[in-house]
Design a protein around this ligand. Structure first.
Ligand code: PLP
Length: 365
């Protein structure tokens, strides 16, 4: 079987795939409504939130767009904290819908600096919201979201967090850290195929929603709330199969336990980084903030990351990711989130030992 080691979509357990293959059921019928309520309830346990949770039929980016159109009016001042491709994307979505976005950019590979966030908020009191990417998948960096949350708390802003590649693998207690709008996606930590985005919304998010004037129809959280309250429905026909699969994967996750899942990702992240460094390779991310769901590795000492990924795929049946945007051809990335264990990482490191010299790497030894 192919060892799919990209930061989403991630491999799915057989029980989950079996659920994906089930015959269709009525999305307005009793069985499905019960499933939606059960999935929502289980997600709240794993998000550590009492807030409202909704299932949207889309990839993660649809969830980000939904968050923007439901929270802002054209002209609203928003501070977008960006440490990579996905931080830039969130800022761009907000700009697309007319928000007045100030982007606070940090060097790729580094985490966001809280004193710079504080300075930006002090400089412009009219800022309504702060948007942050928890885990920047493009650079393999996890922001210190707890510290950011503490920094912005006294300012009482709407806190919007892209947690697409973190929550469910990396600790993010939504309520404790005061996240008002949290977005994640099925194909990352959740061990199911793509097709569902999940959002969690606080009281403050609902206040922003009531005031938000950006036009919206398909992505309307008020409609989601109304339909969920009506026995567990979604406004539109959802990705029924993905929700059935999610019901199964969430049971598996609750059985393993959130703390154990987080501990497993810490261990696998460390194992990956130690292995990479033992070859003499360099991590792209500042190691103090290195992600436990994705490791980005610099193409150094003659290594061509694109050639490496080709050799890994063709000769070892291991699929790795390349770099995005400015990092294209400069790094390769190893995904280690969701349905992953030590054997999967051992296989990657074992193959790299032989593939690296074939891809031009002359370092280490
Ligand atoms: C994967 C990812 C996205 C985009 O999700 P899609 O499902 O591809 O739309 C956004 N943000 C982060 C941090 C991601 O890892």
């Amino acid at each position: 079987m192919t060892n799919l080691r990209i930061p989403g979509p991630t491999p799915c357990p057989p029980e989950v795939l079996a659920a994906m293959g089930r015959q269709m059921i009525n999305h307005r019928g009793g069985e499905f409504q019960k499933t939606v309520l059960s999935v929502t309830d289980k997600l709240k346990k794993l998000f550590l939130t009492q807030n409202d949770v909704f299932l949207l039929t889309s990839s993660g980016t649809g969830g980000l767009e939904a968050a923007i159109v439901n929270s802002f009016s054209p002209g609203d001042k928003v501070l977008a904290v960006s440490i990579g491709v996905f931080g830039d994307r969130l800022a761009n979505i907000a700009k697309t819908f007319g928000a007045d976005v100030t982007t606070l950019k940090f060097e790729w590979g580094k985490a966001a600096n809280t004193s710079a966030i504080k300075t930006a908020l002090d400089k412009d009191p009219s800022i309504k919201a702060v948007m942050v990417t928890h885990n920047e998948t493009s650079t393999g960096v996890t922001n210190d979201l707890k510290a950011i949350s503490e920094t912005i708390k006294p300012y009482d802003k709407l806190f919007v967090v892209d947690a697409i590649s973190s929550i469910g693998s990396i600790a993010l207690p939504v309520d404790e850290w005061g996240v008002d709008v949290m977005i994640t996606g099925a194909q990352k930590s959740w061990m199911v195929p793509p097709g569902i985005a999940m959002v969690a919304l606080s009281e403050k998010a609902w206040k922003a929603n009531a005031a938000a004037k950006i036009p919206r129809f398909y992505w309307d959280f008020a409609k989601s709330k109304k339909y969920l309250a009506n026995g567990g429905q979604t406004p539109w026909t959802p990705a029924v199969s993905v929700i059935l699969a999610l019901d199964v994967s969430l049971n598996m996750m609750l059985n393993e336990g959130l703390d154990n899942i987080i501990a497993r990702h810490i261990k696998l992240g460390k194992m990956t980084r130690e292995g990479i460094k033992s070859f003499g390779l360099k991590l792209f991310a500042d190691e103090a903030y290195a992600s436990n769901t994705v490791t980005a590795v610099l193409g150094s000492d003659g290594l061509d990351p694109k050639t490496l990924n080709k050799i890994m795929r063709e000769e070892y049946d291991i699929v790795l990711s390349g770099g995005q945007m400015d990092l294209d051809g400069k790094i390769f990335r190893i995904g280690h989130l969701g349905w992953v264990n030590e054997k999967d990482i051992e296989a990657v490191l074992g193959a790299l030992k032989y593939a690296l010299p074939k891809a031009g790497f002359t370092g280490g030894k």
